[in-house]
Ligand binder design. Structure first.
Ligand code: T1G
Length: 700
């Protein structure tokens, strides 16, 4: 096996190169190799040593694929201590992504030279961890500014080279060829007082003023963490650096790191790290290459069409937007410009930037102007009649080889494709509102969708910075389909005695960004009302939504009408109980002869979350989704599910499918039975003592 760490002498300077594609992670052979090569440089009396990564990036961190495996010496903290202790100066060349353990390696070096385009960060908290190789102890000692250190350690947000130089994290920033600059620096160095460059020797002292700074920062960090524990733990370790000696601080950091590593939150976040990299990968049976897309057409300039047009214009594509009338185009383009202009105040974009993006948008009321588009995305009114009509016209005017996509959120894409003579070129591309912000894209692979069409949609997701998951055709695809049983349980729990506010709070305490009733008010209660009117619901289904329907009929449409399940005060932009909703709910309960009961938060969480996962299991068993981890990506990226719980499928794995299956069986034998359709897959996995994660490993 070729060595992943090698030395090249440049005069008296040992240039030690780390070559572990794709990101130079600190796998065991890299850790061993660094010590081997650095030891040799010292043995051979090199004047200095330089650590540099191959491929234009330094080190992106510990090897996440090694987590959970038996530890193999030398462990990273020890490697970094040994780098620092070496008797010749060691310079780190910071390029590309210098993250996590990679940044910690640079802190063990005596000097740091950064390329102007480099990114430096400690993203461990995004994995439910904390910098576990002295980052919480060395960074505060190097930066001296506690707030800067605390922010990097607890937020996980990377900074650029200029900021790194400004806060004292790097000694020099060069624009290109950082290695040359490091060689020049190395040749000018001498070994005098190398101790002064050993960060672990720097003393920190806590003062009452600093205590106050930390007190304030800790409150803010906990608020921002929204239930995630790693940021708080990371901040506590950084704070300790001011109170205890380095070696004790290292023990605290190690102990905290190991506790986090085995905790549910880190297991979930590590799982999501790989899940979001799996979901853009096409199923194994898909072959070929993406088609070339130069020009994009959008049908509809409403909320969705406008957001999708913004998405492609921001990615640099020329976009032609078609509407039925010029008034609709004026409205749509006006909204787009306003949305972009909103970023001017916050400095996210300049007026020229807005103008440049607007220049990429053209408008038309004629399908002929879409003839030369390579991709057309339809975001017209959500009825099959309208979509059939649009696709007939597209089929008649748009050039052969173009891809025709529908943004439908639940309709049958096979039926839409059948309206054209080119069903192989048709698929679904379901965006989530607001489409220019929400990262999720459900790509619906219809029966006849060609492989290269699917691959093109995946390529467009990457180019427009969306996280895609592939769904087959099925009512509501993955996300919206699973929402139905989730909302059904929430509405049933209201009939049985829980209030919308109690349910929402139980679920935001669980970690959801918003509870189901607040979300319904946000979306508009009339949306669900209309959808229910369009379907022939069973009596039992209708019964569940009696209160919600009565609210709409009484004019309580949600936020847009000032009241729905909650009352909304525009002055304070807050929500409070809507007494009319309480009355309607009580009225419906008595009409239905329900004897209400006190309902625990635990029951609220179990019935809603298990209903969600049960439907997810149906989605898997029917082949609508390829992986359980894809289902979790959908809920992470499209529905505000707490990432530190993974997703609905990972969550029930964590609970244990035996318990989940037993509860579903219990509810299915109760008066609730009509509302439960136990998944055979879930029940079977539970019987076999398996998990969805194992199902993924065996089936995808
Ligand atoms: N370990 C193992 N594999 C990794 C990896 C890592 N750290 N980072 C990326 N990969 C794989 C990834 O799974 C994918 O594999 C391929 O590389 C390309 O990744 C002690 C304990 C660096 C910004 O959290 O943020 O250090 O799918 O698609 O978009 O304190 O990767 O091709 O098979 O993301 O160009 C801290 C994680 C670790 C950085 C590049 N470091 N990585 O983004 O490529 S914990 C991180 C990233 C730690 C210490 C602690 C990104 C990137 P595959 P990619 P990209």
């Amino acid at each position: 096996m070729t060595k992943s760490v090698t030395t090249e002498m440049h005069g008296e300077i040992a240039v030690i190169r780390i070559d572990n594609p794709p990101v130079n992670a600190l796998s065991h052979h890299v850790r061993e190799g660094m010590l081997r090569e650095l030891g040799a440089a010292q043995e051979n009396n090199a004047k200095a040593a330089i650590l540099v990564g191959r491929g234009g990036t330094f080190i992106a961190g510990a090897d996440i694929k090694e987590f959970g495996k038996p530890p193999k010496e030398p462990m990273l903290p020890e490697v970094i201590h040994q780098i620092e202790a070496i008797t010749i100066p060691v310079i780190a060349v910071i390029e590309g992504n210098t993250l996590g353990g990679g940044l910690e390696v640079t802190l063990g070096c005596h000097y740091r030279v950064a390329d102007a385009k480099a990114k430096l960060g400690l993203p461990e908290v995004a994995l439910g961890l904390l910098p576990g190789a002295s980052g919480t102890q060395r960074l505060p000692r190097l930066l001296q500014n506690p707030v800067e250190a605390l922010t990097m350690i607890s937020s996980g947000r990377p900074i650029n080279a200029a900021k790194a130089e400004a806060i004292g994290l790097v000694d020099k920033v060069v624009d290109g060829n950082a290695l040359e600059a490091a060689l020049e620096m190395a040749n000018g160095l001498n070994n005098d007082n190398l101790d002064a460059r050993r960060i672990s020797k720097i003393e920190l002292t806590m003062t009452p003023e600093l205590e106050a700074v930390f007190d304030g920062a800790m409150v803010e960090i906990a608020q921002k963490a929204k239930g995630s524990i790693a940021p708080v733990k990371a901040a506590e370790c950084a704070r300790a650096a001011y109170n205890i000696p380095f070696d004790e601080g290292m023990k605290l950091e190690r102990q905290s790191f190991l506790e986090l590593m085995v905790g549910d939150q880190s297991q979930a976040l590590q799982y999501m790290f790989f899940a979001e990299r799996q979901s853009p990968k096409p199923p194994k049976d898909v072959t070929g290459a993406p088609r070339d897309v130069k020009k994009v057409g959008i049908i509809g300039a409403g909320t969705m069409g406008g957001g999708i047009a913004m998405t492609y214009a921001e990615a640099g594509f020329p976009v032609t937007i078609l509407e039925m009338t010029n008034e609709a185009l004026d409205r749509g383009l006006g909204t787009i410009e306003k949305n972009w202009a909103r970023g001017i105040k916050s400095g996210r974009i300049t007026e020229a930037g807005v103008a440049e993006r607007m220049s990429r948008l053209s408008r038309t009321t004629s399908y002929d102007d879409l003839a030369d588009c390579d991709l057309v995305i339809e975001a017209a009114f959500e009825t099959m009649e309208v979509k059939r009509n649009v696709f007939r016209k597209l089929d008649a005017t748009v050039k052969q080889g173009a891809i025709l996509a529908s943004n439908t959120s639940y309709l049958n894409v096979d039926e839409i494709a059948a309206e054209t003579n080119r069903p192989a070129d048709v698929l679904g591309m379901h965006y989530f509102s607001p489409a220019n912000i929400m990262p999720l894209l459900e790509i619906v692979r219809a029966e006849k969708t060609a492989d290269d069409v699917l691959l093109t949609a995946l390529a467009m997701a990457k180019k427009t910075r969306k996280t895609p998951t592939i769904s087959r055709v099925g009512h509501g695809f993955i996300g919206n389909r699973m929402l139905t049983p989730y909302l059904r349980q929430a509405n049933l729990l209201v009939l049985e005695g829980a209030s919308p506010a109690q349910i929402d709070k139980a679920l935001t305490d669980f970690g959801w960004a918003m509870g189901p009733f607040a979300v319904s008010d946000l979306a508009g209660l009339d949306i669900g009302y209309k959808s229910r009117q369009d379907q022939e619901l069973s009596e039992d289904e209708t019964r569940i939504y009696t209160a919600a329907d009565r609210l709409v009929e009484a004019g309580h449409l949600g936020q847009k009408s000032g009241s729905g399940f909650y009352a909304y005060d525009p002055e304070i932009r807050g929500r409070s109980e809507n007494s009319a909703a309480t009355e309607i709910i009580e009225q419906v309960r008595s009409e239905l002869g329900i004897n209400t009961r006190a309902i625990s938060d635990e029951e609220i969480v179990e019935r809603t979350q298990f209903a969600l996962a049960n439907e997810g299991a149906h989605v898997l068993a029917e082949g609508v989704a390829t992986r359980a981890s894809d289902v979790d990506v959908v809920y992470n990226y499209g529905y505000g599910y707490p990432r530190w719980r993974g997703g609905p499928m990972h969550y029930v794995d964590t609970v244990g499918l035996k318990h989940v299956a037993a509860k579903i069986a219990e509810w299915s034998d109760s008066a609730q039975s009509v509302h439960w359709n136990p998944s055979d897959l879930l029940m079977t996995l539970a019987d076999e003592g398996k998990s969805f994660r194992q199902w993924d490993a065996e089936n995808s």
